[in-house]
Design a protein around this ligand. Structure first.
Ligand SMILES: CC(C)(COP(=O)(O)OP(=O)(O)OC[C@H]1O[C@@H](n2cnc3c(N)ncnc32)[C@H](O)[C@@H]1OP(=O)(O)O)[C@@H](O)C(=O)NCCC(=O)NCCS
Length: 373
């Protein structure tokens, strides 16, 4: 047996033409396009098309996908009733995981794993995850559920269903870019989980349910919520530096910093940092950005660690009025597009994923009968 590589660091376990991450140069590429170019010139719907096909859509192709996504946003009535009966205190990520699993039971394509069927299921899931989030959030607040609005883009509709108010263009653009930035990230933990799950020839719902569970942990998507809870504990900008130095002295793990692949700026954090700054200034809440900026400087100076995607998304979502416990579901609302692309790619050239472990337990033991132990 070769020595185990805990965490599979730098291990290549497959090929993919969906997404490339270059940790040395800080580049993120979706199907050949740089993330900064995509963030500046496309919409989330174009990214969904890009991830599910080989290239960006022509206008008619985009309109076709957009129509399908809009038509699929409403949840089946029994699923809405199910969400309404859940405890108001439930974690939205638990609600999302369980409801996605439930949706599989109602999907007209059943467990058909053909590409056409899996793509139809992916359309439904991508359209319905924001509806699940908003339905649970409105229901736990005792507010009326807002039906999806087919005149709105994915980003605008998501904000509208949460708040009941039509968002302004700036908020829609910010949300749209956030969705673009989170859509895919190569073989990250939740995507790998989705690929392992579909590789048994289960189905898309199984794979996405597993991926949501994997995303929820604080070492992965759950970090964005923890970042905001940390910022809220700090008493102002001037306190930030002292606070973070104290946390480092206690050897605390600081959420929103470090990355398995990026050893330089995470390009998503570069985009989000600017968005957090602009948005904070615009709504008169610049303190979060300033606090975060001070923390980032100390982390780089003391630990050589860069901010990752979750660090600046936290204050961006917060000043947009998104409740903290919906930050990670929001990540899932975007990443479902990447997960689905990977599931389809895995199915196209599938082999069961089954690694080995090195056995380090006891050997040659003999069973002592129960009444003699
Ligand atoms: C992302 C993450 C899980 C990557 O982990 P990894 O590649 O396994 O790296 P390790 O946990 O082995 O960390 C390597 C070293 O950096 C330190 N480190 C890494 N991230 C750190 C952080 N956020 N805060 C403090 N120290 C950190 C570790 O303590 C370790 O130091 P040591 O070698 O002195 O023990 C890790 O950086 C982390 O926990 N970050 C915080 C959670 C987060 O933001 N997750 C979202 C990722 S997009």
């Amino acid at each position: 047996m070769v020595a185990p590589n805990l965490g599979l660091e730098d291990v290549i376990v497959g090929t993919s033409s969906i997404c490339d991450v270059n940790g040395k140069t800080g580049q993120l590429i979706y199907r050949g396009y740089d993330i900064h170019d995509l963030a500046a010139h496309t919409t989330f719907e174009e990214i969904v098309y890009l991830l599910w096909h080989d290239d960006l859509p022509r206008r008619s192709e985009l309109e076709g996908l957009d129509r399908e996504l809009k038509a699929a946003r409403a949840l089946p009535a029994p699923v809405v009733s199910f969400i309404e009966q859940l405890p108001k205190t439930a974690s939205p990520m638990d609600v999302l995981r369980t409801t996605v699993s439930l949706l599989g039971i109602y999907d007209p394509d059943g467990r058909d794993n053909s590409v056409a069927s899996t793509r139809r299921k992916a359309v439904r899931l991508t359209a319905q995850i924001p509806t699940i989030m908003a339905t649970f959030h409105r229901s736990r607040e005792g507010k009326g559920i807002i039906p999806p609005d087919p005149s709105l883009s994915a980003a605008a509709n998501l904000l509208f269903m949460l708040t009941g108010e039509k968002p302004d263009d700036y908020a829609v653009h910010t949300m749209d870019v956030a969705l673009i930035l989170h859509a895919d990230h190569e073989y990250n933990a939740s995507t790998f989980s989705a690929r392992v799950t579909i590789a048994t020839l289960s189905d898309l719902y199984d794979a996405i349910t597993a991926a949501i569970g994997t995303l929820s942990g604080p070492l992965h998507g759950g970090a964005n919520e923890q970042v905001m809870r940390m910022l809220l504990q700090i008493d102002g900008e001037d306190e930030a530096e002292r606070w973070i130095r104290g946390a480092l002295e206690r050897h605390d793990r600081i959420m929103g910093f470090g990355h398995r692949v990026y050893k330089t700026d995470d390009p998503r954090a570069v985009e989000l940092k600017e968005m957090a700054r602009h948005l904070g200034e615009r709504v008169g809440q610049a303190q979060w950005f300033r606090m975060a900026d001070r923390i980032q400087k100390v982390m780089l100076e003391e630990k050589g660690l860069y901010a990752n995607v979750d660090f600046y998304s936290a204050s961006t979502y917060y000043v947009m009025g998104v409740p903290i416990d919906l930050f990670t579901p929001l990540f899932a609302a975007s990443r479902v597009s990447g997960w689905s692309a990977h599931v389809i790619e895995q199915l196209e050239n599938n082999r069961l994923i089954r690694p080995r472990s090195e056995y380090v337990g006891p050997t040659n033991k003999k069973v002592v009968p129960l009444d003699q132990r």
